[in-house]
Design a protein around this ligand. Structure first.
Ligand code: Z5A
Length: 234
C-alpha cells in the first residue's frame, strides 16, 4: 500500500482510576456508541489484552509475583505491556481502528508509584522505553471516593464468586493515595486527561464520557476534515 493510501491512524483512549470506578462497564458502552458511528473499535485491558500478556496478568494478580519485590513486579507489568502494544494496540491503530484500553501506563505511575518502588525516575524511564510514542490521545480518569469503589468491587466479586486480587486487599490509605495520584496525573496533563465524576448515576457517567470523547476527538477530527467529508459524517 502506498503511503498516500494508508488509513489514518485510529484514536487511542484509556480509562483509568481506582477499584470499582466503573471502567469496564463504561468501556463497553463507549465502544457501542462509537461503533454506531461506523468506527471500528477494539476494546482491551491491562494488565493483559494479548495471550502472552494475559498469562503475565494471572501471575501478577494472583499475588505470586509479589514475593519477587516491587521492581520485578513493575517489570512484569512492562513486559505484558510490550507484548500488548506490539501484537494488538499498534496494529489496530495502524489500520485505523480506535482502541479503548481499561488501564494503561497511568496505572503503573499510580499503583507502582504508591508502593514507593521503583522510584519515579525509573517509572518514567520505563514509560519512555515501553510506550514510546504510542501515548493515549485521551485518558478518562474516573474519580470516586475509594470507600465507594471498593464496596462496588466487593459486591460484584460476591455476585460472581471471585477472590480478592493482589491490590484490592491493600489498606484504605493506599487506595486514598492512589486517588490523589490519578488526580495529580490529570492536573499535570490537562490536554490528554479528563476527570469524570464516577460517583454520579451510571447513565450520567456515560454521558460525561461521551461529551469528552465528542469534544476532544470526534469534533476535533471533523474540523480537520475537508468540509464535504465532515458534513457527510455528521
Ligand atoms: N495495575 C497495576 O498495579 N499496574 C499497572 O500498570 C496496571 C494495573 C495496568 C488490575 O485489576 C489491577 O492491576 C488493578 C491495578 C493493577 N488493581 N486492582 N485490584 P483488574 O483489572 O482486575 O480490576 P480493576 O481494573 O481494578 O477494575 P474493577 O475493580 O474490575 O472495576 P471497574 O472495571 O472500574 O468497574 P466495573 O466492573 O465496571 O464496575 C464495578 C461494579 O460497580 C459493577 O457491579 C458495576 O455495575 C457497578 N457500577 C459501575 N458504575 C456504577 C455507577 N456509576 N453507580 C453504581 N454502580 C456502578
Amino acid at each position: 500500500m502506498s503511503a498516500s493510501s494508508s488509513p489514518a491512524r485510529g484514536r487511542f483512549i484509556t480509562l483509568e482510576g481506582g477499584e470499582g470506578v466503573g471502567k469496564s462497564t463504561q468501556m463497553r458502552w463507549l465502544a457501542r456508541r462509537l461503533e454506531a458511528r461506523g468506527i471500528e473499535v477494539v476494546t482491551t485491558r491491562e494488565p493483559g489484552g494479548s495471550p502472552k500478556a494475559e498469562f503475565i496478568r494471572e501471575v501478577i494478580l494472583s499475588g505470586r509475583a509479589k514475593a519477587l519485590g516491587p521492581m520485578a513486579e513493575a517489570l512484569l507489568f512492562s513486559a505484558a505491556r510490550i507484548d500488548h502494544l506490539d501484537t494488538l494496540i499498534r496494529p489496530a491503530l495502524a489500520r485505523g481502528a480506535w482502541v479503548i484500553c481499561d488501564r494503561f501506563f497511568d496505572s503503573t505511575t499510580a499503583y507502582q508509584g504508591a508502593t514507593g518502588e521503583p522510584e519515579p525516575a525509573i517509572l518514567r524511564a520505563l514509560e519512555r522505553v515501553v510506550v514510546g510514542d504510542t501515548r493515549p490521545d485521551l485518558t478518562l480518569i474516573l474519580d470516586l471516593p475509594p470507600e465507594v469503589g471498593l464496596a462496588r468491587a466487593d459486591a460484584r466479586r460476591e455476585q460472581l464468586g471471585e477472590a480478592t486480587d493482589r491490590f484490592e486487599g491493600e489498606a484504605l490509605a493506599f487506595h486514598r493515595d492512589l486517588r490523589d495520584r490519578f488526580l495529580a496525573i490529570a492536573k499535570a496533563e490537562p490536554k490528554r486527561c479528563v476527570v469524570i465524576n464516577a460517583a454520579a448515576q451510571i447513565e450520567m457517567v456515560e454521558e460525561s464520557i461521551w461529551q469528552a470523547v465528542d469534544e476532544r476527538l470526534l469534533t476535533a477530527a471533523q474540523s480537520n476534515m475537508p468540509t464535504d467529508q465532515a458534513r457527510a459524517s455528521s
